[in-house]
Ligand binder design. Structure first.
Ligand code: X8Z
Ligand code: ZN
Length: 629
């Protein structure tokens, strides 16, 4: 629910979930003020006053909620969960009531902004919360507990409570170990976290759908798809169009990766027939493969530096990691982050209490009190995530001067794409400029650079696409509770060509082991953002007057590109996303040609490599050979 999620301060995570989950679901049809229930049409002047009052009231309640939810997410206890849920309930009640009352302006001829804000308010209200109070409460509680359960999740090998591993610790092992047995143990260990809440999730889906239907939607998934200023079905078609554009690139990367993994582990571990086992790809969800770059690096064309090594050797601390991100934004003309950001953010995983470690960027007061919550580790992956999160924070500050109902991104994928767009400018010459490397590697390292980046960006595409394919099917009932797990793996095999380390059953709940499922955060945004960020990058590079290959462009220090970016960010949600896109790129459609251009030299190289005989077997397998299409 992008418009309602605007009312959620942390972009991407926790709170989004709460809002998407709780708020969505708990619509309390409370009768409101003096005009509630009146059939009389309101006048344009009344509509304007109504919106002004609504914005004031919602701003206050949302700030209260943001504070309570921040405390909850940085200190998970029963009490903080209750306090946060209570504040959330107040936001929900007010929003519900206002949306009800706004109906008296339906069909009235109104000025553009008033009409748009009324529409946003109504969209915010399309929360699938059953009107039945007991069901609404049940749903609210389930939604709160699901994210908490994920956040508290641990794996204690051999049941020894003294040796428990957090998700962060397990992620490090998944990234660095090359022992398939250890990788498998850790993978299974983490995937034990979700079966206990599988039943709750099932109930959550039922109740949420009930709410969505009461609001006139087919189901919760259809409601999510409505949020893109398009017909629900047209949006699904648009996603598929983009996926088809990028699929050949993914296929080339997949084939190459498979060959290298077979060479490393043998066909006993990577069977010639069938998908790549998910525990071998360096990431708990096999969603990004950059951590196994060392296994895949081109023989004569390694990228020539290891940022994790460099950051560690220099004893970079978490604050310096964030300073690097800030430094990029200020170089293109953004202000420094406010003092309160540094005082109030959470950068380090506390040792003595549970927090929601999944990174998120918060907008506490809708002005300057922005914060980062992230258990930062000193490694390249987190260097990139810091840029991602600061993109959210700079967006939040850029639209702070808009009226409350416009304080959000053009659509949720825009919010996800900004920091990543900046991170695309983290090129070797940039790293040299800021003193992180001594020498820019020579051009023979370009393929290594592109390969590393493709393992982060291209490998992600099918995962980004399939998470909501699964959820949409679950919400629509096409996948019933008895098939949650088999449907999840069918999609993972079909799109990613990845399978579980050993057969799974319906006692498992592997989709639930991915944060955004228990947290109820829509995921299509990340797929779209993965494509949009290259479109943004191309436009900003053009603005900066860069003419070379797209992958060599960095807008570091370029105020002209920065101004262009700021112009779009400052629009917030005041115009449909197509207009925002046009402001920055001159284009009004999402388009994958930029990501394809960016990786064109790599694609050519991969295709040459893939023609060569494999060390094991006669020829590297392509995706369609191992996974029936
Ligand atoms: O959840 C995130 C961000 C916060 S919005 C850390 N991402 C997705 C994920 O981790 O699954 C960024 C990439 C995809
Ligand atoms: Zn994000």
């Amino acid at each position: 629910m992008p418009f309602l999620s605007r009312n959620t301060h942390p972009w991407s995570c926790t709170f989004l979930v709460l809002f998407l989950g709780l708020a969505l679901l708990s619509s309390c049809a409370k009768s409101g003020g003096p005009d509630a229930g009146s059939n009389a049409k309101g006048t344009p002047a009344e509509a304007e006053q109504f919106i002004a009052d609504a914005e004031k009231r919602l701003l206050e309640l949302n700030i209260k909620y943001a504070r309570a939810d921040w405390v909850k997410s940085t200190f998970i206890t029963d009490d903080t969960e209750t306090l946060s849920a209570e504040a959330n309930k107040q936001v929900i009640e007010a929003t519900t009531e206002l949306a009800e009352r706004s109906r008296r302006f339906d069909g009235v001829d109104l000025p553009y902004d008033t009409a748009r804000k009324l529409k946003l308010l109504k969209l915010a209200l399309t929360l699938p919360a059953p009107s039945n109070a007991a069901e609404r409460d049940e749903l609210t509680k389930i939604a709160a507990s699901l994210e908490g359960d994920y956040g508290k999740g641990k794996y204690c090998p051999d049941g020894d409570k003294g040796k428990c591993l957090s998700l962060s610790e397990m992620e490090v092992i998944l990234a660095n170990s090359r022992d398939p047995e250890e990788l498998k143990r850790i993978w299974f260990g983490w995937h034990q976290v979700s079966p206990p809440y599988r039943k709750n999730y099932q109930r959550f889906v039922e109740l949420s759908n009930k709410g969505a239907r009461e609001m006139g939607f087919k189901d919760t998934g259809a409601m999510w798809r409505e949020k893109y200023d398009m017909e629900s079905d047209a949006f699904a078609t648009e996603m598929e169009r983009l996926w088809q554009q990028v699929k050949p690139l993914y296929d080339s990367l997949y084939t190459y990766t498979r060959k290298k993994l077979t060479a490393k582990y043998g066909t006993q571990v990577v069977p010639n027939e069938g998908p790549i086992p998910a525990h071998l790809l360096g990431n708990m969800w096999a969603q990004q493969w950059n951590n196994i770059y060392p296994l895949l690096a081109p023989a004569g064309g390694d990228r020539g530096y290891d940022l994790t090594e460099i950051l560690k050797t220099r004893n970079t601390d978490t604050k310096q990691m964030v300073r690097h991100g800030e430094g990029f934004f200020t170089s293109v003309g953004f202000e420094q982050l406010p003092g309160t950001f540094w005082d109030r953010s959470l950068f380090v995983k506390p040792v003595d209490h549970d927090v929601v470690c999944h990174a998120s960027a918060w907008d506490i007061d809708y002005e300057k009190d922005v914060r980062l919550k992230m258990c930062i580790q000193i490694r390249e992956e987190d260097f990139t995530v810091v840029h991602h999160e600061l993109g959210h924070n700079y967006y939040q500050m850029a639209y702070a001067s808009q009226p409350f109902l416009y304080r959000d991104s053009a659509n949720d994928a825009f919010h996800e794409a900004i920091g990543d767009t900046i991170a695309l400018s983290v090129t070797p010459p940039y790293l040299k400029q800021i003193g992180l490397i001594d020498k820019v590697p020579d051009p023979s390292a370009d393929i290594g650079f592109l390969l590393q980046r493709s393992l982060e960006k291209v490998a992600f595409l099918p995962f980004g696409y399939l998470v909501d394919q699964w959820r949409w099917k679950v919400f629509s009932g096409e996948v019933g509770p008895g098939d949650y797990n088999s449907a999840w793996w069918a999609l993972r095999e079909k799109y990613q060509g990845v399978g579980p380390p050993a057969p799974r059953s319906e006692l498992d709940f592997d989709a639930g082991a991915k944060y955004h499922v228990p947290a109820n955060t829509p995921y299509a945004r990340y797929f779209l953002a993965a494509i949009l960020q290259f479109q943004f990058h191309r436009a900003l590079c053009r603005e900066a007057g860069f003419n070379g290959p797209l992958y060599q462009c960095s807008i570091y220090g370029n105020k002209k590109a920065g101004d262009k970016l700021k112009q779009m960010l400052a629009m917030g949600l005041s115009k449909p996303w197509q207009e925002a896109l046009k402001t920055m790129t001159g284009e009004d459609k999402m388009d994958a040609t930029a990501i394809i251009d960016y990786f064109a030299p790599l694609k050519q190289w991969l295709d040459e490599e893939n023609k060569k005989p494999a060390a094991v077997g006669s020829r590297p397998k392509v995706l369609s050979e191992v996974v029936p299409t």
